[in-house]
Design a protein around this ligand. Structure first.
Ligand code: UDP
Length: 475
């Protein structure tokens, strides 16, 4: 297993954004947690140290948890490609989709259990009795009962799901339930994701949140955004825009944005600095429907202002370790891109961001989201879209599918626009064509979006709810 090191951050940083009463609640929750968890460790186990929403959120929770004086640690499990193919199938099924359509039978169960047993053996050497372990998503589910047998308190947190169950979700629960039944607690991002066999008294709903001060979300002046994007080869300009290229790493040290000659695929020239940018940032996952975004945008290009460009942004290289479909989905996007007329290809950019330096990656995402005129998230399913909240925090108007957690994140027409049918590319393009030229509407939605995030999703409520749930185990 991989120990993921996270630098502690004082809660004062978060409290500086809060009204006094909210800051006081946070301080009291931290005090309570220090007492309740004294001498115990809170472990988080998930499938990957970088890439994707869970890794992003754990970085925040651990930093502030440690800053609050709670001994919080993070382990990413080891798995084989076969194991991650099965867990990706479970992931897709829990979202209500068949994914690769493969089975979840005895053979899959034996691969799943073999990998779980190997990870469990390692974890049991680390976890003490009375420690608390949070297992995130299906990948570490097979560790649950073994950890409880060792005396730990185990909670399963599920970040995915869909509002109405179907054959797919039932197949996934049939596979997972034997591992999960005995959990002391369950956390879901929405109530509707919780299957009916979970006892309500053991279940909590806790929506995810973002860290407004992280490298990905901290304020960045427009001249710095322009300089960063130019340096990384993501925009063109006659002269290089002046601006600070440094960023603060999560360990507190300073990094510098590198030159990246080939982030945009197929040698497509970057958009001009002044282009009106439409952006979707996602893993290369079919449920994010990058291909649908590309098609919808390109087919309706004539209805958009002439200076509009689309950027589809996802991880490069091996991408996200627990996501075996990434390379295939990127190829599908590339194939779709080649099918576009040449004029459309020049206005659509597939961007692969390097993952070797997660802090630089975060800084680039920050700059790209800030440069966007409109951010889109045309997902077919979404547990809770961190990318949506990240963009809203940056006061960007977001057009996103009315699926899953996104319905809690956006109030339609007020702080963003919801797309009732995520497959409807015409409606998607119409939203874009209406919003893009309307500067006043963009600004109004953007500022409402930032206020909504400030009110509900900047992390203090998340940390407090989390502390409350875990304190229940200290009685
Ligand atoms: N992300 C990133 N670089 C990329 C693609 C995505 O840092 O190239 C981040 C994105 O900013 C967000 C997370 O990965 O913080 C994705 O979380 P989300 O909840 O939107 O989707 P998930 O990947 O968990 O399905």
């Amino acid at each position: 297993m991989q120990h993921v090191d996270v630098h502690p951050i004082s809660l004062d940083r978060l409290a500086s954004l809060l009204a006094p009463v909210r800051a006081l609640h946070l301080a009291m929750a931290a005090e309570r947690a220090r007492i309740d968890f004294s001498g115990r460790v809170m472990w988080h186990v998930n499938a990957t140290a970088k890439g994707g929403g869970v890794a992003e959120m754990l970085t925040t929770l651990l930093a502030y948890g440690r800053g609050a004086g709670v001994d919080t640690r993070w382990l990413a499990l080891d798995g084989t490609p076969e194991f991650f193919t099965i867990t990706k199938r479970l992931h897709n099924n829990l979202h209500g989709y068949p994914g690769d359509g493969g089975p979840l039978g005895d053979a899959e169960r034996s691969i799943f259990e073999e990998v779980s047993a190997a990870n469990l053996a390692e974890l049991r050497r680390l976890v003490g009795p009375e420690d608390i372990v949070l297992l995130h998503d299906p990948q570490p589910a097979g560790l649950l009962s073994g950890l409880q047998d060792a005396g730990a308190h185990v909670v399963w947190r599920c970040h995915i799901g869909c509002d109405t169950s179907n054959e797919m979700t039932q197949q996934a629960w049939l596979f997972l339930r034997p591992y999960l039944d005995v959990a002391e607690g369950f956390i879901f991002s929405r109530k509707s994701y919780c299957p009916d066999w979970v006892p309500m008294e053991r279940m909590r709903v806790i929506p995810p949140s973002i860290d407004p001060f992280s490298t990905k979300n901290s304020d960045l002046a427009p001249h710095r955004v322009r300089a960063v994007l130019h340096r990384a080869g993501l925009v063109t300009a006659d002269t290089s825009p002046p601006g600070d290229l440094s960023f603060i790493r999560r360990d507190g040290t300073v990094g510098l944005v590198r030159e990246h000659p080939h982030l945009i695929l197929n040698g497509n020239p970057p958009p001009p600095l002044e282009a009106r940018l439409v952006v979707q940032v996602s893993r290369w996952d079919r449920l994010k429907d990058m291909v649908g975004v590309l098609r919808g945008f390109a087919e309706h290009l004539g209805e958009m202002p002439d200076d509009t460009h689309l950027m589809l942004v996802g991880p490069a290289g091996e991408g996200v370790t627990d996501d075996p479909e990434g390379a295939e989905v990127l190829s599908e996007c590339e194939a779709e891109w080649w099918r576009l007329p040449e004029a459309a290809r020049k206005r659509c950019h597939l961007v692969r961001l390097p993952m070797d330096d997660v802090d630089e990656n975060a800084h680039l995402v920050n700059a790209i989201q800030r440069q966007a005129r409109v951010v889109v998230q045309k997902s077919l399913a979404e547990g809770f879209g961190l990318t949506v909240t990240e963009a809203m925090w940056k006061a960007r108007p977001v057009i996103a599918s009315a699926v899953g957690g996104i319905c809690d994140q956006i109030t339609d027409g007020q702080d963003g626009l919801l797309l009732d049918d995520p497959q409807d590319v015409d409606a998607f393009a119409k939203h874009l064509a209406d919003l893009l030229p309307d500067d006043r509407q963009c600004a109004a939605m953007g500022s409402a979006a930032r206020a909504h995030v400030q009110d509900r999703f900047i992390g203090d409520l998340h940390l407090i709810q989390f502390g409350e749930l875990l304190s229940a185990f200290s009685a």
